[in-house]
Every structure is written in C-alpha cells, then in structure tokens.
Design a protein around this ligand. Sequence first.
Ligand SMILES: C[S@@+](CC[C@H](N)C(=O)[O-])C[C@H]1O[C@@H](n2cnc3c(N)ncnc32)[C@H](O)[C@@H]1O
Length: 342
Amino acid sequence: MEEINAKTQMAKIRSFEKGFMATHLINLGAELGIFTALNENKEGLTVSELAVKLGLHEPYLKIWCQTAYHFKILDADDQVRFKLQPFLDEILGDKTNFKNYLANISLVVKVGEMMKLLKESLQTGKPVDSYNTPEFSEMAYEPTRNIPLAFLFMILPKADHLKRNLEQGIRFLDIGCGNGNLIIQLAQSFENSTFVGIGLDAYGIESARSTISQLGLGDRVAVEYMGGEVMPYEDEFDMASMVLTLHETRPDVREEVVKKAYKALKTDGHFLVLDFPYPSKLEDFRNPVFDMGISDQFFECSGGFFHLDNQQQNQVIANAGFKGIQRMPIGKGMFDFVTATK
Ligand SMILES: C[S@@+](CC[C@H](N)C(=O)[O-])C[C@H]1O[C@@H](n2cnc3c(N)ncnc32)[C@H](O)[C@@H]1O
C-alpha cells in the first residue's frame, strides 16, 4: 500500500482542486465553441486565428489556451498553433461521437451550482425540488443519450430471447421514460413492437411527444405523464423496463411502482432494470466499479433519491412477486442489468 504522509495528502487535495479548475475550463471551451473549432482544424490554430474565428477576446483566450496546455488538453507546435491532444477530438471535439463527454461535463458544472442546496438538505433532511426545470430536464438526458445503443449492442446480444421477442412483436412499457429516447430508438429498430413510456418529467414527456410525431411513430409509440405508482395497466405488456429510474423513484412509492410493473405485465412477462451498481459495504465505496453510482447518489440525495445496493434491489423486485432474478454487468460494470419474470 502507498505510504500516506502530509505531502501525498496535500497532493491528493490539490488534484481535486485541479480537477475542479479543469472541469470548468472544459465547460467554457465547450460553451465558446473552442473544441469544435479545434476539431475542425486538426493542424492547429494560433490564438489569433481562434479569436477571429470565434469572435473572442484574444488576451483572455490566450490564457485559456495556455491553461488547457498546462492541463494537457491541448498540445502546440513550434508556431504555437494549438490543437487537441490525441483522442480528445473524440471525447471533447466531435459532438456526434458516442464517446463525446461534453454533456457530462456541462451537467457536472450545473450540478455543482445546485449542490449548494445540499447543505440545506444535510441540515434539515428535506429534499429540494431544484431538478424540475425545462433546462435541467434537457441537460439530464444528454449523458444518457447512448443508453439505447447500450441496449442494442451490449444488452440485447447477451439476452437473445428478449431480442427475438422484440423482433417478433411485443408490447413494451418503459417506466421513467425521460424524453422517450429508449422507446423511440427501440421502435425504430423493432418495427413489429409497440411501446408505451410513462414518467414524471413533464418536459421530458413533451419532448418525447414532439419527437414521436416528427418521426411519424405515433401509431406504435405513446407516452403519458404518470407516476409508476398509479399505472392502471393489467396483464397488458410483455416487457417493462426501469432504466436509471429505480434509484430515482422516491422511496415512499418505490415498492408500489415495482408492484404496478408486475401487474402491468402478462404472465411470463419480463421486468428489466438498468441502473448503476451501488456498494453495500463501506470498503466498496473505494472500488472504482461503483464510481458512477457513488457520484450520482451524492448529488441526487438533495432531491430525496436513494440508490439501492444489489440485495435491496433484489428484495424490492422479489417483494413485487417477480421470480428468476438475474443480474449481469454492462459496460465493464458501469451498469447492472437485472431481469426478472412474472
Ligand atoms: C435518470 S431519469 C432516466 C430517464 C430515462 N430512463 C433515461 O435513461 O434517460 C429518471 C426518470 O425517472 C422518472 N421517475 C421518477 N419517479 C418516477 C415515478 N414514481 N414513476 C415514473 N417515473 C418516475 C423521472 O421522471 C425521470 O425521467
């Protein structure tokens, strides 16, 4: 084990500080279009060229570029033409690349502002309702935009029976559908199936309705503003999913939502849960596999949301009546995919 002394501890704290600065620098670079410009000019741009192209103030831009060079985000040639470091064109430059991470950075910066409210929650134990804005809604679904790809290329190939059912034609219910991204993309891939999404984000539902109508999918995809705990469905669906939703379902209604999912499914119907794994014992709070769940829980607790560990998830699913609970890690353990049957 690495020796711990005052010097290593100071270095650790300084690295957090640097990460904070680098995160803001990246977010500014994204908002000002600097990464897009550098991505489009792979041979590099001088500060003057970049300033003219983006209409930015050159002396300040120079400091941004030098600092980005310090953080090893940018390299420079002997003409001091700045360019993105290798592979950062995928991660910070090309917004269409599935590895692009700018949406996460922008969400982290936004969440950082909102985390001031966490102080009040820690003092009072009361959740704050700061997430309920159109702006936050739009931002929140950007980092999860690739979930449908995870379904199509990582999950369904490992769960062939689910894929076959979707191909043959089934009724699919997505509880906590957000902006409808998953069911809309599944509907495009599985033309014999029909999809219903429900959720409690009015802005997300509005956005889903508009995409469904733009894509002409209205005959096979529908969404409703509705909590899972009041779903009226009975023996209607072959599959029901909760994607990054079980942990974001308020604890006082969580059991009821899963029970209503059970009721909504036909006999032998499949319940699918995709969520971040969350540790059950303290030593696992330092295991990198739980990084996402731990960070997510930290900022979301001010909203009154609580992540479940594996055993707690299984318990909620079993309590609703489901059997045959199975779990598989997805994306090197970033997510857990749980299936159960009615
Ligand atoms: C992190 S978002 C995930 C959205 C979407 N599944 C995705 O992957 O982008 C969690 C969603 O759970 C929904 N939600 C929270 N409580 C709910 C409840 N009681 N019933 C239905 N949906 C709920 C929220 O409206 C939100 O859209």
